[in-house]
Design a protein around this ligand. Structure first.
Ligand code: BGC
Length: 744
């Protein structure tokens, strides 16, 4: 039943409910407790639960369509409607199919990919993102947004890294919390995914991840924990892969022991689509709602597929035979009811909005703030239209729409401003912006029935394309190459991993040729992953622009023409070679039925620093058009007790001639430890906007909690007394001052 239908009948429902609630009373009609929004949440849940039949209870635990589950029509309890996530609201799909339904009023705002959001290193941008995407979900009457994703970036080949927040547990924790809270202020649940250890797409539905307890707790779980404990997430999605031999959608240790018991999660565990494999495990091991089993809705699957779900008829039969516990059933139903009261039945929630000017502005702002200036010798960027008559743009990613494709995060936007379009608008009348394709990548333009409508066919040969681009480059005042990866299979796309670290489609050759033809060359990478850059020494400027959504082109133009001074910082390392990555170096990827994370907690910069490997671009790196000094790193004391804190401060000054923002980063290293620890780990950051010449003092309060590690011998977090170093700087490889202190 469609939600509107229900709500138009609310007066009728209330009369009916009034009867339910007033039985045996002599006073006037009274609303049944579960319908009374002023009643405490748990009272409403118990009341609703007590009115439900066994069949009704089982019915709310599994899908009834591709993205919805049943309510309890008899009681006026509405359905739950989910949507992807995490970068925009997925177009409406047909009832039982992945293909879009062809609505003409469901075009959304595409927000930048989560890698870009993480690269802002600005929790305020996360809050803006969450609020805005939550408003779009609300407008589309969705109750659960399937996002954000916080799986850790273990290696640069994972096809889904673009949907996540990078390699560091502290950064992703700080960035996920405001996203979740922002979404949920709209009465829409954030469903944090994919819990847990879903760090590759190869063999994703069967691979068993073997990881030590320290890495699990210190690296792979903290962002989920923050989303639950600090963000108060109302839903979490199990992952496809296995851990300890059990699929993560029904994994007793992860779901029962950690999530529900240790973290006190009171929301619903939703399966990934098709991630459930066994009724008994689904019942016992912590899953609450099952989606996507049995059918792809189109070419395979049982008839009456939804009745055949593991948590449908098979569950009901076990219950009827007394072979499944009703207490376990009631726990699941309580969670689903809690979700429904928080979302679908919350009549105080805002109406929401879709594609508003505010959302487009938010997307542009986040995109501009997330772009990372990797290299800049000042000779090209920012472009000065006053000294330029002809700008040549080269590369397929300058014209290819990137919001269509990539898997479940694929979107249908009202308009996507491509880089070429944005650059042409910003360049103004005095600058001619010419375009050459340079190479052909992927000409496909459709995904699940959404077609970007672009015609990317090309008749020239690779040699002709290159020659044309080089000839045009010789005549141009400056050249902007816009390339990178795209959202096609084996690029930045769900369901498969990249096949190599290098740029695809012969782009390295094009970049080398352009650099030889014109020294005023800037390279823009559109990607969600690190790539090799064998040409780095021959290119004066490189910008990582990410997949940046509806406003991609405008945001890129803001940055390259200098209207926005870049302030993004890398949320993951760019190694020189793939073999510099720990998992790859140890040969622990992709595995077969099993993969062992033998690098342990030495992921990303933790690996590089422990091995003394110099990266191409380090975690936390990102330049600006101005310069900053970070000086006088100091602390207010030299030691702290177990209940104390130590305050580390530094002065940051804008030493250039443009306004800009610097992210001051605090890392901590443990000098004496009985267990191996990384050289240093991110424990704080602050983004500071400064006018030219302005100085501000930043302070970080370090508590014993920040000095802890997970002691796998004890199965608990703890900090050891001894010496620590606080490193303060502008990147993990750009430390401007240190202080040492002692934990007593
Ligand atoms: C993905 C999820 C997504 C779901 C629904 C799955 O294939 O792994 O992230 O939310 O599909 O589209």
């Amino acid at each position: 039943m469609k939600r509107d239908f229900l709500y138009h009948r609310i007066p009728m429902l209330l009369t009916f409910a009034a009867l339910l609630g007033s039985c045996g009373r002599t006073s006037g009609p009274k609303v049944a407790p579960y319908l009374d929004e002023n009643a405490p949440l748990e009272t409403r849940i118990e009341d609703a639960l007590s009115r439900m039949t066994l069949e009704e209870k089982v019915a709310v635990l599994h899908a009834q369509s591709k993205f919805s589950s049943a309510g309890v029509p008899r009681l006026g309890i509405p359905e739950v409607w989910c949507t992807d996530g995490p970068h925009g609201i997925r177009p409406e799909v047909l009832w039982d199919e992945w293909d879009q339904a062809g609505w003409t009023n469901d075009s959304c705002t595409a927000f930048p990919a989560l890698t870009c959001l993480a690269a802002t290193w600005n929790p305020e941008m996360s809050a803006l993102y969450g609020r805005s995407i939550g408003e779009e979900a609300r407008y589309r009457e969705k109750d659960v947004l399937l996002g954000p994703g916080v799986n850790i970036y273990r290696l640069p080949l994972n096809g889904r890294n673009f949907e996540y927040m990078g390699e560091d547990p502290y950064l992703s924790s700080r960035m996920v919390v405001p996203y979740v809270q922002g979404v949920q202020t709209n009465g829409v649940a954030a469903c944090v995914k994919h819990f847990a250890l879903n760090n590759q797409e190869v063999n994703r539905t069967r691979v068993n991840v073997v990881v030590d307890d320290r890495a699990l707790h210190e690296i792979y779980l903290p962002a989920f924990r923050a989303a639950v404990k600090e963000g108060g997430a109302w839903a979490i999605m199990g992952a496809y892969n296995r851990y300890k031999g059990e699929h993560c959608c029904h994994n007793s240790y992860l779901l029962n022991d950690i999530l529900k018991k240790e973290w006190g999660f009171d929301g619903v565990v939703i399966s990934d689509w098709g991630g459930v494999h066994d009724t008994k495990q689904a019942i016992e091991n912590g899953l609450d709602m099952e989606f996507g089993s049995w059918t792809n809705g189109l070419s395979w699957g049982a008839s009456n597929a939804y009745d055949n779900y593991y948590l449908a008829r098979p569950y009901l039969e076990l219950l009827r035979r007394g072979e499944a516990s009703e207490a376990t059933l009631d726990d699941k139903v309580r969670r689903v009811l809690r979700l429904i009261f928080r979302t679908a039945m919350n009549t105080h929630k805002p109406f929401g909005s879709l594609n508003s000017p505010e959302h487009l502005a938010a997307a542009r702002r986040i995109a501009g703030e997330g772009m990372v200036l990797l290299k800049n010798d000042g000779s090209v960027l920012p472009f000065d239209p006053g000294t330029m008559k002809r700008l040549l743009v080269v590369g397929e990613n300058a014209v290819k729409m990137m919001t269509v494709g990539g898997g479940s995060s694929s979107l249908k936007v009202r308009h996507e401003c491509t880089p070429l379009e944005g650059l042409r608008k910003a360049a103004g009348d005095g600058v001619e912006v010419l375009y050459e394709r340079g190479y052909v990548g992927d000409v496909s333009t459709d995904y699940n029935g959404v077609d970007s409508g672009q015609d990317l066919t090309e008749t020239r040969t690779a040699g002709e394309l290159l020659a044309d681009a080089v000839a045009a480059a010789r005549e141009a005042d400056a050249v902007l190459f816009v390339g990178g990866l795209n959202k096609s299979g084996h690029q930045d796309c769900e369901g498969a991993d990249r096949l190599s670290y290098g740029l695809p489609y012969g782009q390295d050759t094009v970049i080398e040729a352009l650099a030889a033809a014109n020294p005023r060359l800037a390279v823009v990478l559109v990607s969600g992953n690190a790539v090799a850059m064998p040409w780095i020494d021959r290119v004066p400027a490189v910008l990582e622009a990410w997949f940046s959504g509806s406003e991609a082109g405008n945001a890129l133009a803001d940055v390259v023409f200098g209207a926005v001074n870049p302030s993004g910082k890398l949320p993951f390392s760019f190694p020189v070679r793939l073999e510099d990555n720990g998992a790859i170096a140890l040969g622990e990827y992709p595995g077969g039925d099993s993969v062992t994370y033998r690098e342990g907690l030495f992921v990303g910069y933790r690996w590089l620093e422990s091995k003394g490997i110099v990266p191409l671009f380090a975690f936390g790196h990102g330049l600006s058009y101005t310069t900053f000094s970070i000086s006088d790193v100091r602390s207010d004391r030299t030691s702290l007790g177990s209940d104390g804190r130590i305050r580390v401060s530094a002065d940051v000054t804008n030493t250039g001639d443009r306004a800009g923002a610097e992210v001051v980063q605090l890392y901590i290293g443990d000098e004496e430890s009985s267990l191996p620890r990384p050289v240093k780990e991110l424990k704080g950051f602050q983004k500071v906007s400064l006018a030219p010449g302005e100085t501000r003092t930043v302070t970080f309060d370090i508590t014993p909690e920040q000095l802890q590690y997970y002691d796998d011998r004890q199965g608990a977090w703890g900090a050891e007394a001894g010496r620590f170093t606080a490193f303060v700087g502008a990147a993990s490889d750009d430390i401007r001052g240190t202080v040492t202190f002692e934990l007593k």
